[in-house]
Design a protein around this ligand. Structure first.
Ligand code: LLP
Length: 444
């Protein structure tokens, strides 16, 4: 298991995160527990911000809050002088409740409701990343009613297939996100926006995918977007001031992953934009990127308590933990792979191959298949690494399991940033109609 950020093995042979002994964290906060390495979170933010300062100062790094949205995280992002990408009323509410400056918020999403747009207009968010023609009309009308002008970027699909890095035009036209450059719809969107009185178009946006290792895909996206900026100028006279290239940089989950540092991505993007601007005689646009996974992914560790251990001779040994697909649905959803170790037995050699099961009533609730571990017994603490991205964010209450707590650990101190859900929380919104209440009374 790779030790990320401040993770280390202490003298007791325990895993330590942010200077905190994992066993002490478990005693204090219980399991399952999401532990975020605050130092690594901040280092990851700074890697982007400082690389842009070096390569392309007219830039803004905005954190994609869908990846891990909590009030403390929004605060941290504000402290790191970054902007924030939100995609729903709930993420917007979280950001505003944390005191995040609305002007640094970008509102994304392919189907923003009128209520969500009203909420954003009321808060005066900085930018709307408009996905489609219907949204252009709706936002223009809502802004008109408020006698204001909404500043927008148009989300376009540049036709980059990040996985094969081939230019599959038709494939990318068939997407629920954005307007394709290839079939002319993106240009039409820009023209429509330019004609709308209550919208002020500032530029264009794209996002080519997630968990991407190949920097050529980002380079190609930047080049394609700059060619579109050129075409927009030729066709309409409008010169884009802002170019948002989305997120997507890959991280380490297992040894099969070979992530590139954020600084390399920034250098590649900056060079591609500069080269295209020079070629086309365009002014340099402000570059915006919106990383998520590469900010929080490797900073997260989930701690679980081992419960039942079931050996099926000649077949497999199942080691079950007190969480599972409820706190980490990614293995079930995407066949995602993770590394793990026993936090209380870090120095013991791996002697057996086991599979880590969750506690949900579902055979597919498996966190890791075929993991090498020292002999695991009930009460051991399993640490799964790289769980900071899209784990808490996608957690559910399946089987009425309460969501775990989240702590930020740094400098030997751990602080709660999300309380563990209680059973009371689970029934908080339940309503028993009155006619049923009387029946229960009869039964009693
Ligand atoms: N910007 C936009 C418009 C996005 O749609 C996304 C992610 C990001 C930025 C951040 O991308 P990142 O830097 O995190 O790759 N639930 C899936 C991933 C879904 C990605 C959604 N969009 C998973 O667990 O792998």
């Amino acid at each position: 298991m790779k030790l990320h950020g401040t993770m280390r093995i202490n003298q007791a042979g325990h895993l330590e995160i942010g200077g905190c002994d994992a066993m002490e964290l478990v005693r204090q906060f219980g399991t399952p527990l999401y532990v975020m390495d605050e130092t690594l979170l901040r280092d990851n933010c700074r890697a982007y911000v400082e690389s842009f300062q070096k390569h392309y100062p007219d830039a803004e790094v905005i954190y994609a809050s869908k990846v891990f949205s909590t009030m403390a995280m929004c605060r941290l992002v504000a402290e790191e002088d970054m902007g924030l990408d939100v995609v729903s009323g709930g993420e917007l509410y979280t950001a505003l409740a944390s005191g995040f400056p609305a002007g640094r918020i970008y509102f994304h999403g392919n189907n923003k409701t009128p209520e969500e747009l009203e909420m954003a207009l009321e808060a005066r968010v900085g930018r709307y990343v408009v996905d489609n023609y219907g949204e252009l009309e709706l936002l223009n009308e809502l802004a008109r009613q408020r006698r204001t002008k909404a500043k927008i970027l148009i989300r376009v699909s540049p036709g980059i297939d990040a996985h094969t890095h081939h230019y599959i035009k038709t494939g990318m036209i068939d997407s629920k996100f954005g307007l394709a450059i290839a079939n002319g719809q993106a240009m039409m969107g820009v023209e429509k926006a330019l004609g709308m009185k209550n919208l002020e178009i500032k530029g264009i946006h794209c996002h080519i995918g997630s968990q991407i290792f190949d920097l050529d895909s980002f380079k190609e996206a930047a080049a394609t977007m700059m060619a579109f900026v050129r075409d927009i100028r030729a066709q309409t006279g409008f010169v884009c001031e802002e170019l948002n290239l989305g997120g997507g940089l890959g991280i380490h989950y297992t040894e099969d992953d070979a992530p590139r540092p954020a600084g390399d991505l920034v250098a590649v993007i900056a060079a591609a934009v500069r080269a295209a601007a020079a070629d086309y005689g365009l002014p340099l646009p402000k570059i915006i990127v919106e990383p998520g996974r590469s900010i929080v992914g490797e900073a997260g560790v989930t701690l679980y308590t081992v419960g039942s251990v079931k050996d099926i001779p000649g077949i497999r040994k199942y080691v079950a933990v007190d969480g599972g697909m409820t706190d980490n649905p990614r293995p079930a959803l995407y066949q995602a792979k993770y590394e793990a170790a026993l936090a209380n037995k870090m120095n013991l050699p791996a002697e057996e191959t086991v599979s880590i099961a969750g506690k949900c009533c579902e055979s597919g609730d498996m966190l890791i298949w075929d993991l090498e571990l020292p002999p695991a017994v009930t009460g051991d603490i399993l640490a799964v690494t790289s769980t900071g991205a899209y784990n808490y964010a996608m957690a559910s209450n399946y089987n009425r399991n309460p969501r775990p707590a989240v702590v930020f650990a740094s400098g030997g101190k751990a602080e709660l940033v999300v309380r563990r859900e209680s059973y009371e929380d689970l029934v908080r919104n339940d309503v028993v109609p009155e006619r049923m209440q009387s029946k229960v009374a009869c039964l009693a």
